[in-house]
Design a binder for this molecule. Structure first.
Ligand code: HEM
Length: 462
């Protein structure tokens, strides 16, 4: 995937701002569009291999400026973050699913939302969620024990688990009756990605099957939010410390009922999506990688047995699970759940000596940065040891950004890490998995990096 042709660690000098952009020639446009639709990871990886750290994709009316040096990531996400709004893909998702929720809102709205929501994600509060995570892990291991010797779809299991945890931690709700949400989110994201590639050329009122699917999905998501909010608006629920109650209190000053509902809906839909798919993706890819690396699976099992014995795990155990955390970190390097950090430049800018026009679609990708051969030895190899406490530090802070960086960095990172690590240890303590698919799983780069067609594995006792 990566070749020796790639640039070294030195970014181009930031001097002229007039360097001609490397990039595919105009006649490559049809192929580029096909890949933008069918295999976005390959599009970016091959371009980085071919052209280096800066690539301009001129695709007719759409031009994407792809910057793949960690210094570029730092510039866009941190140093000059104020000049960049969420772009490509996220912009469509904003229009179609997420509205003005925390992930896609901007400016003052975003600042206010982040202020409101942050207390729900404080480290001490997250630590208190360990019990719920462990409880969900216990149910999972019981289900898996009943399937010993059988093939199960672990990706589906991970999605159900993370949805359950999200409901019982942040939302104080039982999400199990809402198990249609997974497919509904999938259909909604699919539509957002389709509109990104087609530039929204097919209006939603056209009676296409995909539009019908999308509308049905959006209705289901809205209904789910209505169910969740239920009558908390009118009862003592607003006193609660869960996120829905916090949001209800924060919105109570808004006199326009429709605007109040929209604000609440967008925020809850955002949390539902951002809070479960990412962690589910991390765990699913971890199980796949471990099934291909039995020595790592065994080491993780040994660590879990030594740290946890037969007892119920608790928050304090996290410090005794360093190898498990390394496996999670390495998984997120190879398969970052948020594979792309697309942005739109508000004003003209200069990145690494290249002029970026106002309105430009700028692409930073965790997937390609995490496999940049200038910063990672054997970048495509699974080696949890890279993250060992005594290993050399990552070559560049911004060559590893699974949770993003700068003001828009993930609010849920502690919860995500806590959940992924505890669940991985609980499962590895009792089981190992044999990959049972006919071919290697294919990553599907939607808003998060999913496993296309699930993760069939045979369950074995460890
Ligand atoms: C392994 C798990 C997770 C990963 C890898 C992850 C990754 C990310 C990344 C990369 C961003 C930045 C996106 C950007 O800059 O465009 C982000 C933002 C966000 N994440 Fe996570 N996330 C994870 C878990 C969670 C969880 C558990 C929640 C919450 C319930 C959550 C909620 C959010 C929200 C609300 C934002 C938007 C923050 C803002 O713009 O202010 N994430 N996440």
């Amino acid at each position: 995937m990566t070749t020796a042709k790639r640039a070294d660690q030195t970014p181009p000098p930031a001097t002229t701002g007039r360097r001609p952009y490397p990039g595919p020639p105009p006649w490559a446009v049809p192929g580029l569009l096909r890949k933008l639709w069918g295999d976005r990871l390959r599009l970016l990886s091959e371009a980085a291999d071919e052209y280096g750290d800066v690539v301009r994709f001129a695709m007719g009316p759409k031009t994407i400026y792809f910057f793949n040096h960690p210094d570029h990531a730092k510039h866009v996400l941190v140093d000059n973050a104020a000049n960049y709004h969420k772009g490509l893909g996220l912009a469509e998702a904003r229009r179609r699913i997420l509205g003005d929720g925390l992930l896609t809102s901007e400016g003052e709205t975003w600042r206010r939302q982040r202020r409101i929501i942050s207390p729900a994600f404080r480290r001490e509060r997250i630590a208190g969620f360990a019990g719920v995570v462990v409880d969900a892990g216990t149910h999972l291991t019981q289900r898996l024990a009943a399937e010993s010797g059988n093939v199960v779809d672990l990706a589906e299991e991970m999605t159900a688990l993370t949805m359950d945890v999200l409901g019982r931690t942040l939302l104080d709700a039982d999400l199990s009756p809402l198990n249609f949400l997974g497919p509904a989110f999938e259909a909604a994201q699919e539509q957002a990605m389709f509109e990104m590639v087609t530039l929204g050329a097919l209006p939603l009122w056209l009676p296409l099957p995909r539009h019908r699917r999308f509308r049905a999905a959006r209705r289901k998501i809205e209904d789910a939010v209505r169910t969740l909010v239920g009558d908390r608006e009118h009862d003592a629920g607003t006193e609660g410390s869960d996120l829905i109650s916090m949001l209800l209190r924060a919105g109570s000053g808004e006199p326009d009922a429709a605007a109040r509902w929209r604000g609440l809906r967008d925020e809850i839909v955002t949390i539902l999506l951002a809070g479960h798919e990412t962690t589910a993706s991390t765990l699913s890819w971890a199980w796949y990688l471990l099934s291909r690396h039995p020595e790592a699976a065994e080491r993780m099992h040994d660590e879990a047995v030594a740290a946890l014995g037969d007892r119920t795990p608790e928050y304090a155990d996290l410090t005794s699970l360093p190898y498990t955390a390394m496996v999670i970190q390495e998984t997120m390097r190879l398969y970052p759940p948020v594979w792309a950090l697309p942005r739109r430049a508000l004003a003209a800018d200069e990145i690494g000596g290249y002029r970026v026009p106002a309105g430009a679609d700028v692409m930073i990708s965790a997937y390609t940065l995490h496999r940049h051969p200038g910063f990672w030895a054997d970048p495509d190899e699974f080696r949890p040891e890279r993250f060992a406490a005594d290993a050399p530090p990552v070559a560049h802070k911004y060559a590893y950004i699974p949770f993003g960086a700068g003001p828009r960095v993930c609010v849920g990172s502690h919860l995500g890490m806590l959940e992924a690590t505890l669940i991985a240890a609980m499962v590895a303590r009792r089981f190992r998995f044999e990959f049972a698919g006919a071919a290697d799983p294919v990553p599907e780069a939607m808003l998060s990096l999913r496993i296309r067609d699930g993760l069939p594995v045979r369950v074995r006792p460890a």
